[in-house]
Design a protein around this ligand. Structure first.
Ligand code: NAP
Ligand code: ZN
Ligand code: ZN
Length: 347
């Protein structure tokens, strides 16, 4: 066991503050990691404030982790001390169910050990995330990170990157496809960069007119302000795929109408309340509404390698750990370009 400094939410209604936790000594298959940077995902806020229900406290959030290996267990063969590595939303799964067997660990049918606010496979040992100095993870759930990209920009790839890369790949995005991205936040700006790099025509559908110039720099070809229903009407029957990253309640029906024949809207945003879905917009053009959850370990490695090859990182604002409560408030106001990343040297 080693005592590790961290930042935790003591309860759903209190701000985050300093916390001490015990990390296990590395077992034969474990990698011990010094955390260098950790991205701040909107899911951290949802969970720290118990908006989805079932949160456990104290909670140390953080699942966009980049760090350096400080020690490896005797049977680890993928990593050695000094390697740059990443850890995303999962630190273990059952490994035996049909989904785990085919590399779709994010859809494990038995039990996903999420990086925080969860338990290990024993269903008892609680997990604590990347708002901490150090982490110990089984090597099979650790990713290789290129030393060619700025590490603070790589951290958000571990959740925002893979969560948008996976549906873009699943729905076959490439040249000739029209992709809409709803919400230009942490996930949204990664969806724009990745879809553009895959060769698609990308349109940002945003509530913030002020983000238009940024959207173009990120790689978007078109920008639509969604506040005016008349403007949205002009976009009807246009998109092959819409990636919806909004985590607040919104009228999804008007976005479904923007899909052309056989088009799909994939929800990656996770609003706490169930939306009202009209069947008529679905039936009209044989449209589909789908969901997608992060990505598997192999696919996450593929995404990191794709980003290294295409020189893609997240646009980040690096913050000290004691700025985290202010960062949450600013993220809720869409006031971040486009991801906060904690520099753990400040802890
Ligand atoms: P974020 O950085 O806060 O971005 C969300 C964006 O949505 C905002 O920048 C804003 O963009 C837009 N928006 C916010 N409130 C809105 C409203 N009321 N109506 C319409 N648009 C609104 O959040 P994030 O970190 O990207 O996460 C987004 C969601 O994805 C969260 O619910 C998170 O929990 C979820 N998530 C899911 C997965 C998964 O595996 N499925 C993984 C990670 C995160 P504009 O200013 O451009 O409108
Ligand atoms: Zn996340
Ligand atoms: Zn499984």
């Amino acid at each position: 066991m080693s005592e590790t400094k961290a930042y935790a939410a003591p309860s759903a209604t209190e701000p985050l503050g300093p916390f001490q936790l015990d990390r296990r000594a590395p077992g034969p298959h474990d990698v011990q990691i010094e955390v260098l940077y950790c991205g701040v995902c909107h899911s951290d806020v949802h969970q720290a404030r118990d908006e989805w229900g079932g949160s456990t406290f104290p909670m140390v959030p953080g699942h966009e982790i980049v760090g350096r290996v400080t020690e490896v267990g005797g049977q680890v063969n993928k990593f050695k001390t000094g390697d740059l590595v990443g850890v995303g939303c999962m630190v273990d799964t059952c490994r035996t169910c049909p989904n785990c067997q085919q590399g779709l660990e994010q859809y494990c049918e038995t039990h996903i050990s999420f990086t925080y606010n969860s338990t290990l496979q024993d269903r008892q040992t609680r997990t604590y995330g990347g708002y901490s100095k150090q982490l110990v993870v089984d090597e099979n759930y650790v990713l290789r990170v290129s030393d060619k990209l700025p590490l603070e920009g790589v951290a958000p790839l571990l959740c925002a990157g893979i969560t948008t890369y996976s549906p873009l790949r699943t729905w076959g995005v490439g040249p000739g496809k029209r992709v809409g991205v709803v919400g230009l936040g942490g996930l949204g700006h990664m969806a724009v960069k990745l879809a553009a790099a895959m060769g698609a025509e990308v349109t940002v559908l945003s509530t913030s007119p002020s983000k238009e110039a940024d959207a173009k720099v990120l790689g978007a070809h078109r920008f639509v302000v969604t506040k005016d229903p008349e403007v949205l009407k002009q976009e009807r029957n246009y998109f092959d795929l819409i990636i919806n990253t909004v985590g607040s309640n919104m009228d999804l029906n008007q976005y479904l109408l923007l899909l052309r024949l056989d088009g799909t809207m994939v929800m990656v945003g996770l609003p706490p309340e169930a939306p009202q879905i009209g069947i008529f917009p679905l039936v009209g053009q044989r449209r589909r509404l789908a969901g997608s959850h992060i990505g598997g370990i192999a696919e996450t490695q593929e995404m990191l390698d794709f980003c290294a090859e295409h020189n893609i990182v997240s646009d980040v604002e690096v913050i000290p750990i004691d700025y985290i409560n202010e960062a949450y408030e600013r993220m809720l106001r869409s006031d971040v370009k486009y991801r906060f990343v904690i520099d753990l040297a400040t802890l």
